[in-house]
Design a protein around this ligand. Structure first.
Ligand SMILES: O=C(O)CCC(=O)C(=O)O
Length: 193
């Protein structure tokens, strides 16, 4: 499915993995990753982030965002083949993943763009969703009334193209609906890594 966002085209691929493969990958991610609820500082006050996360990358590839410095968990060997398949689908060579765990509807991610300097000027981001379906929203950085909402179902891959991050922000809002835990893997390429 293609969605138009200003000059950009988003691609959402449903049923990206085989059903059994997706189920097994979700189980493995839930149980085998060293999930952490890190803390961020907003206006001088420290808060726990409303989700758990795990930064997966090569040795020494730290990642800074929202005042946090994430030190990498090494690539689990079983995740590598997925990085290769997703790199192929997105036309980019990903070398790192930010994994997010939304335990229930009160976990969320606030408005932001994936525009950290480590990602270079025009990053392509590919985002694999596993588990409970959640709503995902975009808003234009210059005109916040321009928005787009889509639902990200289990086993879908969203590809955000080059150039999108500098013009659009995204968020994963909280929901009052009863939702199953969701794991999201955002594949990234750290430049000069
Ligand atoms: O959970 C999601 O689908 C979004 C994650 C996200 O925005 C990010 O990791 O930058």
């Amino acid at each position: 499915m293609h969605y138009r966002l200003g000059d950009h085209e988003l691609l959402l691929i449903d049923d990206f993995l085989d059903a059994e493969e997706a189920r097994q990958l979700l189980e493995r991610l839930l149980h085998a990753l060293p999930w952490r609820q890190d803390r961020i500082t907003i206006f001088g006050r420290e808060h726990p982030i409303p989700r758990e996360q795990c930064w997966i990358a090569g040795d020494g590839m730290t990642y800074r965002y929202s005042g946090q410095t994430l030190t990498p968990t090494p690539w689990p060997h079983w995740l590598r083949p997925y990085a290769e398949r997703i790199s192929e689908a997105a036309g980019e060579t990903f070398n790192s993943v930010l994994a997010n765990l939304y335990r229930d509807g009160s976990d969320s991610m606030g408005w932001h763009s994936d525009d950290e300097p480590e990602l270079g000027p025009e990053p392509i981001i590919a985002s694999l969703s596993l588990g409970g379906e959640r709503r995902f929203r975009f808003r234009n950085r210059r005109d916040s009334k321009r928005t787009l909402s889509l639902d990200l179902p289990h086993n879908s891959l969203l590809i955000m193209p080059a150039g999108l991050q500098s013009q659009w922000q995204h968020q994963l809002p909280k929901t009052r609906k009863a939702v199953a835990p969701r794991v999201n893997l955002t594949f990234r390429r750290l430049v000069d890594a």
